[in-house]
Design a binder for this molecule. Structure first.
Ligand SMILES: C[C@@H](C(=O)O)C(=O)SCCNC(=O)CCNC(=O)[C@H](O)C(C)(C)COP(=O)(O)OP(=O)(O)OC[C@H]1O[C@@H](n2cnc3c(N)ncnc32)[C@H](O)[C@@H]1OP(=O)(O)O
Length: 303
């Protein structure tokens, strides 16, 4: 593992961050700012936000289609910025998270992963912060799973309130096959979502689920009809009809002040433990072996 040489400034920032964590139990903005600068060194792709004040629905698009929207460091920063913009959007009702080019996301960009083996804790801190803020938004959020949602891509889906899948969709928490535990907080959120038995099965088997199995498991809430011409539009319709037809301020208050407040109360500690476990696996022998094996995570032919 490469040794990192810290400047005096770097050491002081680390000390400040450590103190913030011990005394105030949160990651300091300074810590996130330092990580942001480091992540920006890993270029490629973007995450783009389109806000529509008329419908009250925003669309966040992962845009790195050549790599099936695998996430680079830059995309992580973009996503955090998009969430920040949504936090300021007072008229918003709904959010759809999607990927460009027929896939949602195949997890961490493996080129980035290989260069960031010294940087697992920092990446996890940053992604935990972004995805917790994403889930906390006072909007009804839906992940649209077209094509692959693998590894980190499946983790992103758990940071939305709902999941809609296209007939060609597939989702799998393949981290264990990559010698890892979840990097971005999905184990905690999945357990909340599906209960212990199902969460354990999905996390420990690395199974890739096709739409019918994903629906039966409860991981996915709706499967789009076969032959549907515009899946994004269809997802917007589903969101409008089922969740955001009524008063926006009441809907926002119900989510953020009641339903989510109850959820958030007991997850912080679990997320912290999940992150610490992940750091022990990142850059370890099992991950290095998996990276060298160039694994392709193929879905079963039918559920
Ligand atoms: C951070 C961590 C976590 O959550 O804890 C993780 O995410 S662990 C999970 C990390 N993700 C993975 O291990 C996914 C590895 N990739 C695969 O399993 C496979 O690519 C599939 C996603 C099943 C697709 O297979 P298929 O045969 O259909 O296409 P393909 O393999 O030719 O992929 C098309 C192009 O996308 C690229 N590509 C796909 N996924 C990528 C990824 N995660 N990072 C970097 N490049 C990726 C391929 O290298 C290829 O580029 P070229 O055409 O240039 O060769």
């Amino acid at each position: 593992m490469p040794l990192r040489v810290h400047s005096m400034k770097d050491t002081l920032i680390r000390l400040y961050n450590y103190t913030c964590k011990r005394i105030f139990h949160h990651d300091s903005p300074l810590c996130l700012h330092t990580i942001r600068n480091e992540l920006l060194r890993f270029e490629g792709g973007s995450v783009d936000l389109q806000i529509d004040n008329e419908t009250g629905i925003a669309v966040m698009t992962l845009n790195n289609p050549r790599k099936m929207n695998a996430m680079t460091g830059k995309m992580m920063v973009d996503m955090s910025d998009c969430v920040h913009e949504l936090e300021q959007w007072q008229e918003g009702k709904g959010l759809i998270l999607r990927g460009e080019g027929g896939n949602l996301c195949t997890g961490g960009d493996l080129c980035f992963v290989k260069k960031a083996l010294h940087f697992g804790d920092e990446m996890a801190i940053y992604q935990h912060d972004t995805l917790t803020r994403l889930l906390n938004l006072p909007l009804i959020s839906v992940a649209l799973i077209q094509g692959h949602a693998l590894g980190g891509g499946a983790e992103l889906c758990t940071a939305c309130d709902y999941r809609v899948m296209s007939p060609g969709g597939r989702i799998g928490f393949v981290q264990i096959k990559m010698g890892l535990t979840t990097a971005w907080g999905a184990a905690t959120r999945l357990t909340k979502l599906l209960g212990r038995r199902k969460a354990l099965e999905l996390l420990c088997s690395a199974k890739i689920l096709l739409p019918s199995a994903a629906l039966v498991s409860g991981l996915v809430d709706h499967v789009l009809p076969e032959g549907c011409e515009n899946e994004l539009l269809e997802t917007q319709k589903w969101l409008l009809e089922n969740f955001i037809a009524f008063d926006a301020s009441l809907m926002r208050a119900i989510k953020s002040q009641v339903v989510h407040a109850e959820h958030a109360a007991d997850v912080a500690l679990a997320l912290e433990k999940e992150r610490k476990l992940f750091v022990q696996t990142w850059g370890g022998p099992a991950q290095l072996k998996a990276l060298a094996a160039n694994i392709k995570h193929k879905a079963p032919l039918k559920s």
